[in-house]
Design a binder for this molecule. Structure first.
Ligand SMILES: Cc1cc2nc3c(=O)[nH]c(=O)nc-3n(C[C@H](O)[C@H](O)[C@H](O)COP(=O)(O)OP(=O)(O)OC[C@H]3O[C@@H](n4cnc5c(N)ncnc54)[C@H](O)[C@@H]3O)c2cc1C
Length: 471
């Protein structure tokens, strides 16, 4: 078996692996990226972010047409094929793949197609699709092998009637009804996309509300919109069994006896790392009780020259965080100063309406500072939302007890995932609440919500300031 030597070998070409590789190559290192799938881009491009967002864009376009159409009738054709709804996907994937291939070439990064596993802590064995093997020796190894859906023992995923987030978009026809297990990001995103496309969606979760890690007031607005679009949420549900009845329905039996029938089911009950094929024990690594390899904030493992980044390292399991982790790990390995804003990583959830967050939300801010001041801007007050017919949204600006320092922002509503970046910059620069009062915003824009929320804080502040002076 021949041995190829590199400074850095990256396993996986998703967002984490790509950014790690490019950062290393730009520092003049000899870099190889290993990918077992045909194309570059990882789950993000082929099964996750990009395909789901492409279908979402179709659902949104349809909704916009419906909302604007008083003079004509508009509805989806009976028995529409999912492929038709995702007609732009091939173009998007092709554009993405072209850009990424060019980026690797430009940076002289070797792209090795095959599956790899550890032979020792510095050597990986690569097996190509035609069965050939090669040893890859590296000073630094970055594992960015991603994750896959968890397979719960009582949900018999068959990828035909009972699907997971990797296979849901392989459905040929849009079903009439869909039961979704889970209350996390992927479950909620698909629940809102399919219900906007006219599918009768039932979201079933253990918790009394979905997206438990988000501010409740924000989540309630999402839930309200979801139910308004015809969706149903069943919380505090313990699943006893799930089975395909062999004829028309997936039958879910809940503890207590309730039965939910749907044409298809999506099991979205979390993700697990792609660790099994890597033989990490050969490198002196092992997984912890949660199934992940333990890493520090730079992605460094207990074997100092091996890093684990992206979904493989666990939550938040976002492409945006994965990219930052990839860069950060390589910067650390090369001893480059790590300038990082990772305490302000924004969170974007592409439900309909969108949800986004940066910094502390109200409950977390209250837990830390007790008396915080929260400014609210309901989208009903925002002219742009009134024009677009997308009222129902809410922006919460969370400030410290004196109502001056911004601690965080949460938004639910159209363009929330874009809007949140304005707050991110303000947080990074340490700007006060008043920045939003003193700034001039284009009219009409959604960004005006920041000014409305900031003015709300100023109003509340004016009530506590005389009290503070008097005492
Ligand atoms: C339905 C869905 C929607 C999502 N939407 C969003 C979103 O809107 N925004 C967002 O930020 N994130 C989103 N995500 C999450 C996002 O896709 C992931 O966080 C991101 O892809 C993780 O990147 P990664 O580089 O860690 O792993 P991946 O993108 O999974 O890439 C890992 C790569 O490693 C390869 N690999 C694995 N093992 C080996 C091996 N032994 N040898 C060689 N190659 C190997 C795999 O083939 C894969 O290509 C979504 C995920 C899903 C499932």
């Amino acid at each position: 078996m021949s041995t190829a030597k590199y400074d850095i070998v990256v396993v996986g070409s998703g967002p984490a692996g790509q950014k790690a590789a490019v950062m290393a190559a730009k520092a003049g290192k000899r870099v190889a990226v290993v990918e077992r799938e045909q194309g570059l881009g990882g789950g993000c491009v082929y099964r996750g972010t990009i395909p789901s967002k492409t279908l979402r864009e179709t659902a949104l376009s349809l909704d916009r047409i419906k909302r604007g159409a008083q003079a004509f009738e508009c509805r989806l054709k009976e028995g529409i094929e999912v492929g038709i709804l995702m007609h732009r996907l091939a173009e998007v994937v092709e554009a993405h793949s072209r850009y990424m291939t060019a980026q690797l070439k430009r940076n002289h990064i070797a792209f090795l197609h095959g599956c790899c596993k550890f032979v020792s802590d510095h050597v990986l064995e690569l097996t190509t699709v035609d069965g050939l093997t090669q040893a890859l020796q590296a000073d630094v190894i970055v594992l960015a092998a991603g994750s896959r859906p968890k397979a719960p023992h009582n949900v018999p995923v068959d990828h035909e009637h009972i699907l997971d987030s990797d296979s849901i978009l392989s459905m040929i026809y849009l079903p009439k009804s869909l039961a979704i297990l889970g209350g996390g990001v992927i479950a909620c995103e698909y629940a809102s996309i399919f219900s906007l496309l006219g599918v009768a969606v039932t979201l079933i979760d253990l918790s009394d509300r979905p997206l438990r890690f988000m501010d409740e007031e924000i989540v309630q607005r999402f839930l309200h919109a979801f139910i308004d679009h015809g969706g149903r949420y069943i919380g505090q549900a313990h699943i006893e069994s799930v089975r395909w009845d062999g004829v028309t329905s997936v039958v879910t039996t809940l503890a207590g006896g309730d039965i939910i029938k749907a044409e298809k089911m999506l099991a979205a009950l979390g993700r697990q790392p792609n660790i099994d094929d890597l033989d990490v024990e050969m490198a002196g690594l092992s997984s912890n009780e949660r199934g992940f390899i333990t890493v520090d904030r730079n992605g460094q493992t207990s074997v100092p020259h091996i890093y684990v980044v992206g979904d493989m390292a666990g939550p938040p399991s976002l492409a945006s965080a994965a990219m930052e982790q990839g860069r950060r790990a390589v910067a650390h390995a090369l001893g480059t100063p790590v300038e990082s804003a990772d305490h302000y990583i924004p969170m974007g959830i592409y439900t309909i309406p969108e949800i986004a967050s940066v910094g502390l939300d109200e409950p977390k801010a209250r837990a830390r500072f007790r008396n915080v001041i929260v400014g609210r801007a309901a989208f009903d007050e925002v002219a742009k939302a009134q024009i677009a017919g997308t009222n129902g949204g809410l922006l919460k600006l969370v400030a410290g007890p004196d109502g001056r320092q911004i601690l965080g922002v949460q938004v639910v509503g159209e363009h929330a995932t874009e809007l949140v970046h304005l707050a991110e910059l303000v947080l990074l620069n340490g700007n006060p609440v008043d920045t939003f009062v003193e700034s001039i915003f284009n009219f009409p824009t959604y960004a005006e919500a920041y000014r409305i929320a900031a003015l709300d804080i100023v109003k509340q502040r004016s009530k506590i300031e005389p009290l503070a002076k008097a005492s």
